[in-house]
Design a binder for this molecule. Structure first.
Ligand code: DOR
Ligand code: ZN
Length: 345
């Protein structure tokens, strides 16, 4: 196959940031994607419906003229989040999910949840009104090895929470382990998982072999090869519980290439090319549409996009820039370490 037409895709987990960075990156998403779930971990975070409304307006103002793109807004869950505000935001159509960051888990997560008891009133309300909880699924306990943090989160936080609130719809975001895949596949209802582009392509060797490679560092950190293979099998299986969430997370190069580099990989610009490559390798190009354009809307209760995009395979490799220039500074683009031949036409 050298050409494939699919419904226009959506990105169910995206960091657009704000200000000059937002202006520098948004076109790389709106070029291909119709909608994206927008992460709320700004400084300060998007915690109220009023914050989300203002952020949505800034995103729409930064969109290139002529691009049709719908930001799907989320709220950053804190121990002080007001259930009434969440319900109002959801009923107005603005708020599509609430994001749980365990405090200290990742970029700008210090305002997240420490004591889950304090978040129960909001979670109970969300379960009642059918508003999904997007979860950064890692414990932050210092004793737990960073490569085990997802599996331990499932066992000690997520499973007890789901047992207590079985009606709560939970999106396990950026699943990175076989344990995560198995857990989602074993669930009966109200659980789905997003998978990033980069976790389908790299394992932890990319970060650590031959010198430390900060541009492959993200959270949850890439794991062993067996986990990458489990993610690929799930993503390309057609299972409706798995869909794309790129977690494209731009940081300017000086904040990645330093003594304490930020977590995040920038993939918005070449995600569709990378995914076509992966799905072709797995003999599953016919399932690319399910992963990128059908399963996500079904989970979030939204219509699939009416428009389509076409991807074409060329003999010559497609050239992407090594970095993009933004008003905030340069951002290195994800290098899959193999030539890309697919591109959106
Ligand atoms: O790699 C990551 N970058 N993981 C996250 O959870 C947050 C994100 C960011 O905001 O930079
Ligand atoms: Zn993220």
């Amino acid at each position: 196959m050298t050409e494939i037409t699919i419904r226009r895709p959506d990105d169910w987990h995206l960091h657009l940031r704000d200000g000059a960075m937002l202006e520098g990156v948004i076109a790389d998403t709106s070029r291909h994607f119709a909608r994206a779930i927008i992460m709320p971990n700004l400084v300060p975070p998007v915690v109220t419906t009023t914050d989300a409304k203002a952020y949505r307006d800034r995103i729409l103002a930064a969109l290139p003229a002529g691009d049709r793109f719908e930001p799907l807004m989320t709220l950053y869950l804190t121990e002080g989040t007001d259930p009434d505000d969440v319900e109002e935001g959801h009923r107005s159509g603005l708020i599509k999910a609430v994001k749980l960051y365990p405090a200290g888990a990742t970029t700008n997560s210090h305002g997240g949840v420490r004591n889950f008891e304090n978040a129960m009133p909001v979670l109970e309300r969300m379960a009642r009104i059918g508003l999904p909880l997007c979860v950064h699924g890692e414990v932050t306990t210092p004793e737990v090895d960073i490569f085990d943090r997802e599996a331990v989160f499932i066992e000690t936080v997520l499973d007890p929470l789901r047992a207590r609130l079985p009606e709560l719809k939970v999106t396990m975001e950026h699943v990175t382990t076989k344990e995560g895949i198995d857990y989602i596949q074993a669930s009966k209802a109200n659980l789905a998982g997003s998978i990033t582009t980069h976790h389908l392509i790299i394992n932890r060797n990319a970060i650590l072999v031959g010198g430390i490679k900060p541009h492959y560092y993200c959270l949850p950190v890439a794991k062993r090869e067996l986990h990458r293979l489990a993610l690929r099998a799930a993503a390309t299986s057609g299972d409706v519980r798995f869909f794309l969430g790129t977690d494209s997370a731009p940081h300017v190069d000086p904040l990645k290439e330093c003594g304490c580099g930020c977590a995040g990989i920038y993939t918005s610009i070449n995600t569709m090319s990378c995914l076509a490559h992966v799905f072709e390798q797995e003999g599953a190009l016919d399932r690319l549409e399910a992963f990128t354009a059908l399963n996500g809307p079904a989970w979030y209760g939204l219509p699939v996009n009416a428009e389509t995009i076409t991807l074409r395979r060329s003999i010559d490799a497609v050239k992407f820039p090594d970095k993009i220039e933004t008003g905030a500074g340069p951002v290195t683009v994800f290098d899959p370490m193999f030539p890309l031949h697919w591109d959106v036409v």
